[in-house]
Design a protein around this ligand. Structure first.
Ligand code: PBG
Length: 332
């Protein structure tokens, strides 16, 4: 596109910025509650909302309180919540069998939400880290995070989440071949309408720190996730991973983290035209909240500015811990 414009003063670019109505008229992107997915942390108990210290305003909720949060999301026009379990140490093991227990926390929360709010979409996380004693997303054998055995376990986990009623599965593990294996298993089990939002371009990132506190994985994690999550230096590799996951049957793809990786969102949307989502991760949330609490930035404005950036970059939506606060502001 070649913009045509007259020379100054016939063109005064400030004319369309002078008045709020004109600014609204020429805005190229909009943000609405329908663009948001709210990640929720689930824990055992009843009536519990336990603050996550590194994420001010974020809680680990017992299933009944998760349902209450989901009700709030639905009332605000947020179309989906995404569940992450805080698994007790007793339910973490080398074989990660709790991951496909039909009555694990995530599945109980899914059933409770779907029973109360059938119109709200429930997304679940497919990865072994909440259930492993190593904090890794896959099985560890002789120091290596093994791919193929992990994929077999992920398939069992995915089937148990679909059986519990999850609408969207989010494989966040970054093993090779998992999307195809999960898609095939869902088809043969009759779950042909269960969608997959693949964490396709997921980077090995320092910005996940507060999340690992929230799900209790920080202490357990030995080493790093660099043999499966991506190197921050790469972009072409992200596009290859997205192409691969779409070819294996992903319905939607995700880029994660969000704001430091908007170039990836942009390239992905342009190249594939598939639904692209970004995950504004825990560390991004924590940075904005910490600066706001110190009075160093205006937290509300930073929140809204950070969210519209994802739309500008071409994303169809964003997973964000700000979802209810942003939706409330958007609805005035
Ligand atoms: C783990 C998982 C992680 C996040 C979502 N799923 C952390 C990790 O890969 O270590 C991070 C989300 C966030 O930081 O908000 N499968």
């Amino acid at each position: 596109m070649t913009p045509v414009q007259a020379a100054f003063p016939a063109t005064r670019t400030r004319r369309t910025r002078m008045h709020p109505a004109l600014r609204a008229m020429v805005a190229e992107c909009t943000l609405s509650p329908a663009d948001l997915i709210w990640p929720l942390f689930v824990r055992e108990g009843e009536g519990v909302e336990e603050p996550v210290p590194s994420m001010p305003g974020v809680f680990r909720r017992s299933v009944d309180r998760v349902v209450a949060a989901a009700r709030e999301a639905h009332a605000l026009g947020i179309p989906a919540v995404c569940l992450f379990p805080y698994t007790s140490a007793a339910n973490r093991s080398a074989d990660c069998a709790e991951a496909w227990n039909p009555d694990n926390l995530s599945n109980r929360a899914t059933r409770a939400i779907k029973a109360a709010l059938p119109d709200l979409a429930v997304m679940t996380d497919v990865a072994l880290d909440p259930y492993s004693d190593t904090g890794h997303d896959g099985y560890v054998e002789g120091g290596e995070i093994v791919n193929d055995a992990t994929v077999e376990a992920l398939v069992k986990q995915a089937l148990s989440q679909a059986a519990a009623g999850a609408d969207i599965l989010g494989p966040s593990d970054m093993m090779d071949g998992r999307v195809g294996a999960i898609r095939a298993a869902l088809e043969s089990a009759g779950h042909h309408n269960v969608a997959i939002m693949a964490y396709s371009a997921k980077y090995a990132s320092a910005f996940y720190g507060p999340f690992r506190d929230a799900v209790g994985a920080s202490a357990a994690l030995k080493g790093d996730k660099k043999t499966y999550q991506m190197d921050a230096a790469n972009t072409d590799e992200a596009l290859r991973l997205i192409a691969r996951d779409l070819a294996e049957g992903a319905d939607m793809v995700m880029v994660k983290p969000g704001m430091p990786y908007l170039d990836i969102c942009r390239r992905a949307k342009k190249k594939f035209g598939a639904p692209v989502f970004a995950y504004q991760v825990s560390g991004e949330y924590a940075m904005i909240m910490a600066a706001a609490q110190n009075g160093w930035i205006d937290g509300e404005r930073a929140m809204m500015e950070s969210l519209i950036c994802f739309k500008r970059a071409g994303c169809d939506g964003v997973l964000s811990y700000f979802a209810p606060a942003a939706a409330r502001l958007l609805r005035g």
